[in-house]
Design a protein around this ligand. Structure first.
Ligand code: SF4
Length: 94
């Protein structure tokens, strides 16, 4: 008996589990203060690499996602942003 793979089902985009772009937020800190920003600017808010890797694996293993957007806060303020980019590329095989 064939095992069903939910990633092979046709589903409408933009539902709870399937987004064409997954939104990764490795840090909530930002060096700007844009008018209308809804994000709380939090110092020392960068997530550890293990947690970020888990989130990326959920995006790729449980969702149909075409791309991963690295957002924040300001993602370039994360001290390991280079490694985060490498993890995204490696897991997503970009
Ligand atoms: S998180 Fe984005 S919108 Fe908010 S202040 Fe920073 S750059 Fe501006």
């Amino acid at each position: 008996m064939n095992k069903l793979n939910h990633l092979e089902y046709y589903r409408l985009s933009w539902n709870l589990s399937d987004n064409s772009i997954s939104w990764l937020e490795p840090v909530y800190k930002c060096n700007l203060q844009c008018e209308g920003c809804y994000r709380r600017n939090e110092n020392d808010s960068h997530k550890p690499l293990d947690l970020i890797k888990e989130e990326i694996e959920v995006f790729c293993g449980k969702r149909k996602t075409d791309g991963i957007l690295i957002a924040g806060g300001e993602p370039l303020m994360h001290p390991q942003i280079t490694e985060i980019s490498r993890i995204v590329c490696r897991i997503k095989k970009m």
